[in-house]
Structure formats: structure tokens, C-alpha cells
Design a binder for this molecule. Sequence first.
Ligand code: ADP
Ligand code: ADP
Length: 225
Amino acid sequence: SLPLLVADEVSKSFGVTPALRGASLQVYPGEVLALTGPSGSGKSTLLHCLSGILAPDEGRITYDGRDLGAMGDRERSALRRGAFGFVFQFGQLVPELTCLENVALPLRLAGVRRRAAERAAGELLARLEVTDVAGKRPGQASGGQGQRVAVARALITTPRVIFADEPTGALDSRNGDQVIRLLVAAARERGSAVVLVTHEERIAACADRIVAFHDGAPATTAATR
Ligand code: ADP
Ligand code: ADP
């Protein structure tokens, strides 16, 4: 099949610091791809370029054959809200809302009525085994529960690509394993691709393919199965 997302010879510097040096990568529909490698090797920067948050200095990102750099800001943000989902190291949930309302929020912003949005959010929280915290604020949930709520929020719109930057970085290994397993299973059910940045080998092993970064570009690629 055709790649959904392509980075073609992407370079990016911050001042005099080169973060990416001619990085190329392809993401296929439905695959789970782990980006690994030492700190500072450019993993997060490529994730930000792929997701349209950061513009490359050189090279090109295409989504579904469309050049992100040739889109207007409005078209690019519509893509980020619609086709992409995001999970970060610290969930970044809205502290004033309940966990259920947090998960329903992307649907509410897309114009779905409260009742339907909250029903879908409740089903996803059950699927991720965190029904217990539905009515609680994120501050009352444990780290592992909060991160599952963040995963549910990223999945609720059925994005075609989920970007996860060290999603288990703030969790102990037991919770980290569980969150990653649930993320991968839920994304597979929905047919979403997952692009996962992690420095943990154990977490990367949950992916279909591992791309190891070195000095601002992918150095090696390995299939895990
Ligand atoms: P990784 O995710 O592999 O740890 P990053 O992509 O975060 O690597 O960083 C690559 C390089 O770019 C590092 O030298 C880092 O310090 C630098 N860098 C990343 N983001 C910024 C930024 N916003 N401002 C300045 N330098 C940055
Ligand atoms: P120009 O050189 O005409 O200003 P740019 O290529 O810099 O055009 O793009 C205009 C806007 O789009 C800028 O705000 C830039 O940050 C953003 N942009 C360009 N390419 C990308 C990209 N691949 N991903 C995200 N934003 C991008």
C-alpha cells in the first residue's frame, strides 16, 4: 500500500544546532512505528515536522500525497484536529473538566452533541479500563489512569495517525507497558497508524517497525515481526 505520511530529506536547525539532517521516513496506514535513539538525535523534531507543528528548513512532508508546506495555516490546523491525534509525556488534560468531559472535548469541538460525545467517551474509557475515573478530575487520577484518559482523548476522533511523544515517560514500567499495549490495541481496532517516540527498548518492542535515529536522521530500520 501507499505510505500515508512521508518525510523526504527533511532538515531543521534551531539557531546553529542542527536537529535533523536530511531525514527521510515513511509511515504506512495502520502501522505502529517506534522512533528510538539517543537523546538529541532528532526524534521529537521529526515528530513535530510530520504532524505539521514545525516547518522544515529543507525537504518536504506529505500527508496523503499533499505537501504540508504548501497548505495554508488553516488547512494545516484542520488536518491536525481531524486526521491527527496526539499523546504527550504528561497527559495535558484540562484540569477543570472531568476525565469523561476531557475525552468528549475533541468531539464537542467538532460539533457533536453533548450526549452523543459523552456516550462515545464513556465507551472508550471502558475499553481502556478507566471507567472508575470518568467522573473525576485528572488531578484525582493516578499517572497510569491519567495517561489512559489522554490516550482515549487522542483516539476519540478516530484519527488516521496518532503521534505519541514519550507517552510512557512519566510512568513506572508496569503502567507504561499497560498504556502502550492499550494504545496499540485501540489504534489497531480503529485502523490508526501510531508514530511513537521512545527511548525505552521494551516499549519500542510493541511496534511493528523500529527506526533508530542517529545524529538527526534514521540510521537503521528493523521489523519486529
Ligand atoms: P530527541 O527527541 O531525539 O531527544 P530532539 O528532536 O528533541 O531530539 O532534539 C534534537 C536537537 O535539537 C537537540 O540538539 C535539541 O537540543 C535541539 N532542539 C530541539 N528543539 C529545540 C528548540 N525548540 N530550540 C532549540 N533547540 C532545540
Ligand atoms: P513562505 O516561505 O512563503 O513564508 P513557508 O513555506 O514558510 O512559506 O510556509 C508558510 C507557513 O507555513 C509558515 O508559517 C510556516 O511555519 C508554515 N509551514 C511551512 N511548511 C510547513 C510544514 N511542513 N509543517 C508545518 N508548517 C509549515
